[in-house]
Design a protein around this ligand. Structure first.
Ligand code: ZN
Length: 331
């Protein structure tokens, strides 16, 4: 595909270096301790003051974060926008963004008292590409992190301590998520279809079951262990022989998430998704229906129901779970 004329100015930014973004706080033991607590990291190297604390390497980005207020960086930080290429793409009709991947490299451990900053370089902008999400550009930013020399030894040189590659896809969505309500003349948004589940010889029985209104659990015929998701071998006795058990469809919410962003069609958002523990003992992931996202609760009794959806390749029947009357009465 021929390059857009306007890309010339945006590509001219590749290689551009943006100024320093300073850290609010020096590397410090309280933040390290709290980070470890939140992350569930238990390692004396990070918390044993007597031995001399070091910061977990993966905290690198933490030290220079802006905090809860957007773009609230310490005085002396650059006022340039390292994301200007993304803003320019947005102006050309590529409004959506999704993070693709991030690679971190660490030069050495950090110790309390060090004061960091980072600089950003616009590393690459790929050729225009069309993906399942839409059409746009992969943009890679490279951040280099430095420890200020003065914080370690007056007049000492700044030292590079790590780097981070951050790649995003800046795109025009293939399927607009919502029509502009004010624009009555806008054409109706095409109904986006569900992506069909990946199906193999190991999983086909499950989807045949839902089509027949049955929730089937794979069962080892050698040792009777139930398993889900389906697989060719019994994890308990390694037998390849199996049949199925029809589940009652009753279960409880073992855990759940509520998806808010990104709003990906064809789903409604917020989108509650449960990890359902069936009364037979296996668990499966399924969408929760008939419950406000804020009302989902762990332990809530639910009952399966089978709903038909259009995919790009015929209909499919999905098991979904609805709180039972018992739960409503208890609430
Ligand atoms: Zn078995």
């Amino acid at each position: 595909m021929a390059e857009h004329e306007w890309m010339k100015d945006i590509r001219a930014l590749v290689g551009k270096e943006y100024g320093r973004v300073l850290a609010w706080d020096e590397v410090n033991a309280p933040m390290i301790r709290q980070w470890c607590e939140v992350m569930g990291v238990d390692n004396a190297a990070y918390t044993d003051a007597a031995a001399g604390v070091t910061a977990p390497a993966t905290m690198l980005q933490v030290w220079c974060l802006e905090g809860l207020k957007t773009n609230n960086y310490p005085p002396g930080s650059t006022t340039e926008n390292p994301y200007e290429a993304l803003k320019l793409l947005e102006a050309q009709g590529y409004p959506s963004v999704v993070a693709v991947n991030s690679d971190l490299e660490f030069e050495r451990a950090l110790r309390p008292g060090e004061k960091l900053y980072y600089t950003t370089r616009l590393d690459t902008i790929g050729q225009e590409k069309t993906t399942a999400l839409g059409t746009g550009f992969f943009v890679t930013l490279a951040m280099d992190y430095f420890s200020q020399g003065d914080a370690r030894r007056p007049g000492g040189p700044d030292e590079k301590v790590g780097s981070q590659l951050f790649r995003v896809f800046k795109f025009r969505p293939a399927h607009p998520v919502k029509p502009a309500a004010a624009d009555a003349a806008a054409p109706a948004v095409t109904q986006v279809k569900r992506p069909p589940p990946g199906m193999s010889d190991d999983t086909r029985f499950f989807w045949d079951g839902t089509r027949a209104g049955k929730l089937l659990i794979q069962r080892c015929t050698a040792c009777a262990t139930l398993r889900h998701p389906p697989g060719p071998v019994c994890p308990s006795c390694h037998s390849f022989d199996w049949d199925t058990l029809q589940a009652s469809g009753r279960g409880t919410v073992h855990s759940f998430v509520v998806m808010h962003y990104p709003e990906v069609p064809p789903f409604d958002h917020p989108n509650p998704i449960g990890l359902i523990e069936l009364e037979e003992g296996t668990r499966l992931v399924a969408q929760l229906v008939g419950v406000a996202p804020g009302d989902v609760a762990i332990g809530q009794p639910v009952q399966v129901e089978f709903n038909t959806f259009e995919t790009g390749d015929g209909d499919m029947v999905l098991p979904q779970f609805r709180p039972t009357a018992r739960a409503v009465a208890a609430a």
